[in-house]
Design a protein around this ligand. Structure first.
Ligand SMILES: *[C@@H]1O[C@H](CO)[C@@H](O)[C@H](O)[C@H]1NC(C)=O
Ligand SMILES: *[C@@H]1O[C@H](CO)[C@@H](O)[C@H](O)[C@H]1NC(C)=O
Ligand SMILES: *[C@@H]1O[C@H](CO)[C@@H](O)[C@H](O)[C@H]1NC(C)=O
Ligand SMILES: *[C@@H]1O[C@H](CO)[C@@H](O)[C@H](O)[C@H]1NC(C)=O
Ligand SMILES: *[C@@H]1O[C@H](CO)[C@@H](O)[C@H](O)[C@H]1NC(C)=O
Length: 390
């Protein structure tokens, strides 16, 4: 190569790479996000819907006030849709998602809506469920949401700031993070074999919901698998008295086995749906592996406590007491006690024994965006190189 030729070559490479990066970037920029799930991605639905309170220290790390999220700060969905990640790949550049059931303060749903509600299951809720807003209901809420939006758009009302445009429903990203409560809840009354046997039925209900969305024009699906629920302090405190039930990390083996089998079948379902929906994209995201890797190798990622809850009552090893949740003050056995937050939540993976800290959510989100944990891999679409040319 002569010295004269090389600048030309560099320019050619730059042009090719840049035009390619623009095309690819468009792929990842969705005009709106419609999210379905449980507390892992609930940005206020259960609190609004049931009129409950979530006190400080919930929200203290990022929002500096309770933000109706079961977390000290942001959730994975918050990190994914806003542009504030220190990863090689940018997240989307949208505002936080408002909860469907939030009615105060003229919330905008222009760039999406969040139907996820803490405690929700895929299977229909029962009288004793924490959340009445199970997956089928969330899908129905979406259908009503869409119908109302189209009605208002047809009337030509000046609501542009508050509602999506019609094509956002086809262009938008449909995200899902649900199933954890189906598996977790089943263990309270069933054997491991029974829990595992119920998985196909749970996934059939999930498939039904996804197909209802597809029939309504949803084309971009992003499906998170379920977490290592055996590593939740809540479950270790309850089932771990018998140490033979714990694995080498100190997590409840039965729960993690069931979660893995759920994920195996969910992954197969995603592939099946991708084959059926030839004009859609269905991505499966392996949250289980990201979180399990984090808990296994927590020191590498700057954490000090892999399992113990930051906010809780009872102290080590789990700092979790099912009678009193994070932020609550209660009379326990004659003395008044409060489930308080720890000094530095950024060193903890578990926030309150059930949910992850903002620090852990940040790590998980960065791993999702790197793309190695998705099928098909995001990295196919967004090589790590891209950032440099933006
Ligand atoms: C990004 O996150 C950091 C850390 O939480 C925060 O200090 C900063 O204000 C955020 N930046 C934007 C643009 O939101
Ligand atoms: C699905 O992904 C392919 C490859 O990235 C892209 O060309 C296509 O436009 C996507 N389809 C939808 C509906 O997003
Ligand atoms: C933890 O890190 C080690 C070495 O970096 C790696 O081999 C192992 O797979 C990681 N653990 C998990 C569960 O991914
Ligand atoms: C109440 O205190 C007594 C005496 O300290 C103890 O034996 C008992 O387990 C406590 N009960 C609860 C529910 O903590
Ligand atoms: C992602 O996968 C690529 C290709 O297999 C690998 O080179 C890279 O190190 C991986 N990145 C991470 C963060 O694991």
């Amino acid at each position: 190569m002569t010295p004269k030729a090389s600048p030309m070559l560099i320019i050619c490479i730059l042009i090719i790479t840049m035009s390619w990066s623009v095309a690819q970037a468009v792929d990842f920029s969705y005009p709106a996000v419609f999210n379905f799930g449980d507390s892992n991605s609930d940005t206020g639905d259960l609190v609004s819907g049931l009129g409950i309170r979530l006190d400080l220290p919930n929200g203290q790390t990022y929002f500096q006030k309770p933000s109706a999220r079961f977390c000290d700060g942001r959730l994975i969905v918050d990190f994914l849709i806003t542009k504030n990640m220190s990863t090689a790949v940018d997240a989307m550049d949208l505002p936080f998602l408002n909860a469907y059931l939030e009615s105060i303060g003229t919330p905008s749903f222009r760039t999406g809506c969040n139907f996820a509600a803490a405690g929700s299951t895929i299977l229909p809720a029962t009288a004793t469920s924490v959340s009445p807003f199970s997956f089928g209901i969330q899908v129905s809420q979406f259908l009503r949401f869409k119908a109302r939006v189209l009605e208002l758009l047809a009337k030509g009302k000046k609501q542009d700031k508050y509602i999506p445009q019609e094509d956002y429903f086809a262009q938008g990203l449909y995200m899902f993070d649900i199933g954890q409560n189906d598996i977790d809840g089943a263990f309270y009354s069933r054997s491991e074999d029974q829990v595992v046997a119920s998985i196909p039925n749970i996934l059939l209900e999930f498939e039904t919901g996804i197909k209802r969305l597809y029939d309504q024009g949803a084309r971009r699906f992003w499906i998170h698998n379920t977490s290592p629920i055996g590593c939740l302090p809540k479950n270790i405190a309850r089932y771990g008295q018998d140490s033979s039930r714990l694995d080498e990390l100190g997590c409840v083996s039965s729960h993690n086995r069931a979660a893995k089998l759920f994920n195996l079948q969910l992954h197969a379902l995603c592939k099946k749906l991708q084959n059926q929906f030839t004009d859609a994209n269905v991505s499966y995201v392996d949250i289980f592996s990201i979180k399990f890797n984090l808990i296994s190798n927590y020191t590498v990622y700057g954490f000090k406590q892999p399992l113990m809850a930051c906010c809780g009552y009872g102290g080590p090893p789990m700092n979790y007491d099912s009678r009193i949740s994070c932020g609550q003050t209660k009379d326990l056995n004659g003395s008044t006690v409060t489930a308080k937050g720890c000094d530095d939540s950024s060193k903890y993976i578990s926030w309150d024994g059930i949910h992850y800290t903002e620090a852990a959510n940040h790590y998980v989100s960065s791993q999702i965006l790197i793309g190695n944990y998705s099928d098909p891999p995001l990295s196919d679409k967004m090589p790590l190189l891209l950032k440099k040319f933006k």
